[in-house]
Design a protein around this ligand. Structure first.
Ligand code: NDP
Ligand code: 8X3
Length: 255
């Protein structure tokens, strides 16, 4: 049965979607475990939301590439908050816009180890707590890039196709348990994503020029809506794009 105040664990809560999800779910009375590598940011957010909404919060530094770090974050969160009911495996990144044969090892490893291995490590550490509670919801954050590959995105798109496959597999694996599995797959959204990918603020700004992209809040609302549906309703997959984006590569720009 759904607890009155479920505990949500969010990776990548220091900016973008993760931060916006924390804000949206705190307003609904969810207790929060917030993790990212930038501890100062998740700590400040946790303090702000606890104060504003009277929810319990736990913040810790976590690197999702590292099993021991994920295990420690998860165990610390469960102990501090009395359990975990919802996992949001959100931490992720694109690094560069290389063609496959140009991709440097560092960028290849950053994407694969964060977007694929980090998701597995997050779910692997968190799932026992959902099972113990007998009620749970796992969110994967995929992408339009996991539906429509594009040039310069071979590795990133590959990781997001993998996220889509992992969500589908997990749904089969937990069938029979009260654990919902949802993949929320956004199109272009203005967060720190493009700055991280392009390592240049001006180039990042140009990605959204003449377009009204999704905001982090828009994506957080999708997660909140899936979560608030009755327990027997599972949204498997939600592909969400701004109106100006018709596909991964077809974007309408105003002058
Ligand atoms: P941001 O760059 O704003 O946020 C990414 C978050 O991931 C940060 O909080 C960052 O925190 C965290 N992160 C990155 N690497 C690690 C790591 N090794 N361990 C722990 N945390 C990590 O981007 P978004 O909010 O846009 O991205 C969130 C997710 O959404 C990603 O999976 C991305 O692929 C996906 N996405 C983004 C879209 C977009 O257009 N913005 C569209 C579709 C999907 P820190 O650096 O502090 O560790
Ligand atoms: C991020 C969106 O289109 O840059 O996943 O790949 S896109």
């Amino acid at each position: 049965m759904r607890p009155e105040h479920p505990v949500v664990l969010i990776t990548g809560a220091s900016s973008g979607f993760g931060e916006a999800m924390a804000r949206a779910l705190a307003a609904e009375g969810f207790h929060l475990a917030l993790g990212a590598r930038r501890l100062d940011r998740v700590q400040a957010l946790a303090e702000e939301l606890a104060e504003a909404h009277g929810v319990k919060t736990y913040a810790a530094a976590v690197d999702v590439q590292d099993s021991a770090s994920v295990d420690a974050f998860t165990a610390g969160a469960a102990q501090a908050l009395g359990g975990i009911h919802v996992l949001i495996a959100n931490a992720g990144l694109a690094s560069g816009t290389f063609k496959m044969w140009e991709t440097p090892d560092a960028d290849l490893e950053a994407m694969v180890r964060t977007n694929i291995e980090g998701v597995v490590k997050t779910v692997r550490a968190g799932l026992p707590h959902l099972r113990k509670a007998g009620w749970g919801h796992v969110f994967f954050i995929g992408s339009v890039a996991g539906h429509q590959p594009y040039e310069g995105g071979s590795v990133y798109c590959g990781t997001k196709f993998a996220v889509k496959a992992m969500a589908q597999s997990l749904r089969l694996e937990v069938n029979g348990e009260q654990i919902r599995v949802t993949s929320v797959d956004p199109g272009m959204a203005e967060t720190e994503f493009s700055t991280v990918r392009l390592k240049d603020d001006n180039k990042a700004e140009a990605v959204y020029k003449g377009v009204k992209p999704l905001s982090a809040h828009d994506v957080a609302e999708c997660v909140r809506w899936c979560l608030m549906l009755p327990d027997h309703v599972n949204i498997d997959q939600m592909l969400v794009k701004c109106v100006d984006q018709a596909s991964a590569q077809k974007v309408h720009r105003r002058a």
